[in-house]
Design a protein around this ligand. Structure first.
Ligand SMILES: [Mg+2]
Length: 311
């Protein structure tokens, strides 16, 4: 009989200590109605535990959450073929594919940092929802010349460690890749090109001709079309899965924000990447290492398999 559940321990350091491995083995085998069928080494700092149990993934996640194991992420998921066979991986952009928040870069460029910070604070106090705060922030950008703004910001974007490798490796397996951003299309499309993603969706900034200067395009101070919020990300993920004929079980959402949770909820798997505590708690899995390439461990790849994929 095959194990129903796989638990993966991913260390933040260079290796998992023998002491820690022992602690995890003792903890898992001590749980009622849990039997460790086998263990598999993925890397010096990542290890799988295959379990036979009638417990649900959710109940095991809760139990494992109570284990104090130090600087590791512990992932609990169904041991199905879809763990490795990914058909569609969708990424959030700000603080996920890139280290920064684009709106903050734009605010600095437009010298409206204080005003943007004030809107962010009101949004965090739930005085504004995402759509309202987006509208207020974009309103501050009215009249900015688009050409120089877009160039300046694109040059500043710093891709998160491990992202190029993860994308390249997944593409090799035939997996489709997408970015869904609550930011703006010029930058999401830029990342799509840079990382050779299959699809990008973000908010569209309205533009107009500068009445003072013929032929110069400036921002109108509002967005056009549907706002890319949490619901939109979830719907788009499902839409893409249908379009690419990918079973929902083979889809993944990777993000750091509360507005990535709805998409994680509908996807086959979800990864909270260095996210706020609330998001980590609500997400199917969390990853708090330095490199997003470590997602391969969650998908069951060994170091040797990762090297082969990236060669
Ligand atoms: Mg984000």
């Amino acid at each position: 009989m095959t194990s129903q559940i796989v638990v993966t321990v991913i260390g933040h350091g260079v290796r998992l200590s023998e002491e820690l491995k022992q602690k995890i083995t003792t903890f898992l085998s001590g749980l009622e109605d849990v039997k460790i069928d086998s263990e598999a080494v993925l890397s010096a700092r990542a290890q799988d535990y295959f379990l036979s149990t009638s417990r649900s993934v959710a109940s095991l996640r809760e139990l494992v959450g109570s284990l104090d194991a130090g600087d590791v992420d512990i992932v609990v998921q169904e041991n199905s073929k879809f763990r490795k066979e990914k058909g569609l991986v969708v990424f959030d952009m700000d603080s996920t594919l890139i280290y920064q928040e684009v709106i903050e870069l734009i605010a600095a460029y437009a010298q409206v940092e204080e005003k943007v910070a004030e809107i962010t604070e009101r949004a965090m106090n739930n005085e504004l929802d995402f759509t309202q705060s987006l509208a207020e922030r974009v309103g501050l950008l009215k009249g900015i010349k688009t050409a120089t703004l877009y160039d300046e910001i694109k040059q500043k974007l710093r891709v998160t460690q491990g992202v190029p490798e993860l994308c390249r490796g997944l593409k090799k397996t035939g997996c489709k890749l997408a970015v869904l951003s609550g930011g703006f299309t010029p930058f999401a499309n830029h990342m799509k090109e840079a990382l050779e993603l299959d699809f990008a969706r973000a908010n569209v900034l309205a533009t107009e001709n500068d009445p003072a200067q013929a032929g110069v395009e400036v921002l109108s101070g509002y967005t056009v079309g549907d706002v890319v919020d949490g619901e939109c990300k979830a719907e788009t993920l499902l839409q893409l899965a249908r379009e690419y004929s990918v079973p929902v079980e083979a889809t993944v959402m990777v993000g750091d924000g509360g507005n990535d949770l709805p998409a994680m909820g509908v996807a086959g798997f979800g990864i909270a990447w260095n996210a706020k505590a609330k998001v980590q708690q609500a997400a199917p899995a969390k990853l708090n290492t330095k490199s997003l390439q470590d997602a391969f461990y969650m998908f069951g790849y060994t170091d040797a398999e990762i090297s082969e994929l990236l060669a």
